[in-house]
Design a protein around this ligand. Structure first.
Ligand code: ZN
Length: 189
């Protein structure tokens, strides 16, 4: 499959320190760095979503939520991993933050991304990142509803949390049932 540099877009979900080495580290997440960098080389249109929370966020255990503190505003944990080949201001320009006051798993929830993609005339959306069974799944399913074109899951650039051992597998099934296509780095040129 040939990538169209004008009408295809790559969305990298929550590839942030807290989900890689921090308070909610996903096993094996670091191994995705070279794969994600390969995708970055192939695409012209690239967006990074970032989970970004205020200090006393309702999703944190201290406030009665399910998660340890993570991706707190202006901390190392909320930054995109430094192994990603885009850095500094160039990276900041590509980032879209979500969930500041209230948890948002989908990168299209409470952001302007769906509108931006429409205005830009994007026809295919390729999604990767963390984690398969939470924010990737939520983003993909939301994109099926909100994005006008086709949605692809990049299966070699995702990892699951697997609180229950089959969570990742079930998330994959749920996405496939919604008609989401899969792709991988060797299938795209
Ligand atoms: Zn969060």
């Amino acid at each position: 499959m040939k990538i169209d540099r004008e009408t295809d877009v790559l969305l990298i979900v929550d590839f942030q320190n807290d989900f890689i080495t921090g308070s909610l580290a996903v096993a094996g997440a670091e191994s995705l760095i070279p794969v994600i960098n390969s995708y970055i080389k192939k695409f012209k249109n690239i967006v990074f979503s970032r989970d970004r929370h205020k200090l006393d966020h309702p999703s944190f255990i201290g406030q009665g939520g399910p998660w340890p503190d993570h991706c707190v505003d202006n901390t190392f944990g909320m930054e995109i991993h430094s192994g990603i080949s885009i850095t500094g201001q160039a990276l900041d320009k590509l980032c879209v933050d979500k969930g500041r006051d209230k948890e948002a798993y989908s990168a299209l929830d409470g952001t302007d991304l769906a509108d931006r993609f429409k205005v830009a005339g994007f026809r295919r959306l390729f999604i990767c990142g963390l984690a398969t069974d939470y924010c990737v799944k939520a983003t993909v399913l939301n994109a099926v509803d909100k994005f006008d074109g086709k949605v692809f899951l990049l299966v070699d650039a995702i990892k699951a949390v697997n609180i229950k051992p089959d969570d990742g597998k079930e998330a994959m099934k749920e996405m496939a049932d919604k008609g989401v296509k899969v792709s991988s780095v060797g299938m795209l040129e």
